[in-house]
Design a protein around this ligand. Structure first.
Ligand code: ADP
Length: 400
């Protein structure tokens, strides 16, 4: 009987869930509850491609949504295998968590204590954890952290050049995010390449709405582009990535903007959206607009690719060897143009892309896209839910 894991990912007003058989990349069931806390809360899900949806009671919260989701999941799980555990995505584990852990009192308290570092995310993650634990008290619940994979960074990669007490007393350091995805794709690439992960060096680029790069040596993250928060590093859909830190005081002095306004602009109105003059944060739309001659779309794509290549080149400092560069996330898995343009900036590294293979690796197809003689360049579709399920099962079995 298949061992199944329910993966739950709670945002501030949404719950994404998937019923995963870790042996397979397709999900048994997946769904999304949206607009929680609003009058028009709803729930949609699909089982084997059949889609269904319901309206939730007005102002349904996380607990109410989960009380609709969990019986449906249980019914499917009973028919398809055995539900063994529930894996919860938790955004920030601070320095307390270097790997997935069973959710007991101590772990929940530590996640709560980390809330100051992720005020939008960790409290929402906790709402889901507490509700699911009440509804499924007899199953093991496991937390899988976005930050945990990057806890292997050396101090010279994770410390900022700031007064020491800001680190020791407030935890101001680089944490990195998207750890689940970086880990999943590097393990997949090593497997597909027939290489030993324990003896290899990779650069990964996770390019979704949020974007980050990482350097991974012998299976461990040794540097990554996101920092104290997911705002640092690359140009993203609506996030600026790196800007001069003095920009804050300048905007305050010149425009009278308060911190909330500046935060909002840098996180929600910048990145591809800002550079394209407000046209779109969505790469697909920008690629199309660029083809039609839209100047803002051209600029947004050029800045995105240049900054991404610069980040990969910088990440190379963390590696004594390079087995391959991996593209993943919606943009990395699908955009022939972005991969080609990034490679053009890495010509000094000898990177060169094969046009035909680049065009073939789209829509979920994994493979190599480099020319003979170039460092290897891989496209590897990410599957964060599957990685969470794998870590959840391993953790639950270890703690049996
Ligand atoms: P999230 O971070 O929300 O999981 P995804 O990994 O799904 O996001 O990535 C979303 C991004 O991928 C969007 O910018 C979208 O336009 C882009 N994308 C998806 N398909 C393509 C494509 N064919 N060409 C270019 N960009 C694409």
């Amino acid at each position: 009987m298949a061992a199944l894991v329910l993966v739950v990912n709670c945002g501030s007003s949404s719950i994404k869930f998937a019923l995963v058989n870790p042996e397979e990349s397709e999900f048994v069931m997946e769904g999304l509850a949206e607009r929680l806390g609003e009058t028009e809360a709803n729930l949609k899900w699909q089982i084997n491609g059949t889609k269904e949806s319901i309206t939730l009671p007005p102002k349904a919260d996380h607990k109410a949504a989960l009380s609709h989701i969990l019986p449906k999941v249980e019914k499917v799980a009973v028919a398809e295998g055995k539900l063994k555990a529930i894996g919860h995505r938790v955004v920030h584990g601070g320095e307390s968590f270097t790997q997935a852990c069973i959710l007991e009192e101590d772990a929940i308290a530590a996640i709560r204590n980390t809330a100051a570092l992720a005020p939008l995310h960790n409290p929402a993650n906790l709402l889901g954890i507490e509700a699911a634990m009440k509804l499924f008290p007899s199953l093991p619940h496991v937390a899988v952290f976005d930050t945990a994979f990057h806890q292997t960074l050396p101090d010279y990669a994770f410390r900022y050049a700031l007064p020491e007490n800001l680190y020791t007393e407030l935890g101001v350091r680089r944490y990195g995010f998207h750890g689940t995805s970086h880990r999943y794709v590097v393990e997949e690439a090593a497997r597909l390449a027939g290489k030993s992960l324990e003896n290899s060096g990779w650069l990964t680029a996770h390019l979704g709405n949020g974007c980050s790069t990482a350097a991974i040596l012998n299976g461990e993250s040794v540097d990554t582009s996101m920092g104290f928060t997911p705002l640092e590093g690359l140009v993203m859909g609506t996030r600026s990535g790196d800007v001069d830190p003095n920009l804050h005081s300048y905007l305050h002095r010149e425009l009278g903007w308060d911190l909330e306004k500046i935060d909002h602009v840098l996180n929600k109105e910048s990145g591809l959206l800002g550079l394209s003059g407000g046209l779109s944060n969505d790469m697909r739309s920008l690629v199309k607009a660029r083809e039609e001659g839209h100047e803002g779309a051209r600029l947004a794509i050029d800045v995105f690719c240049y900054r991404l290549a610069k980040s990969l080149a910088a990440m190379a400092c963390a590696l004594p060897r390079l087995d391959g560069i991996i593209f993943t996330g919606g943009i990395g898995e699908n955009s022939v143009l972005i991969r080609e343009k990034v490679a053009e900036h890495l010509v000094l590294f000898g990177v060169s892309i094969d046009e035909k293979h680049n065009q073939e690796c789209v829509g979920g197809k994994a493979g190599t896209i480099h020319r003979l003689g170039s460092p290897e360049v891989w496209v590897v579709p990410t599957n964060e839910e599957r990685q969470i399920a794998l870590e959840t099962l391993a953790c639950a079995q270890k703690n049996k």
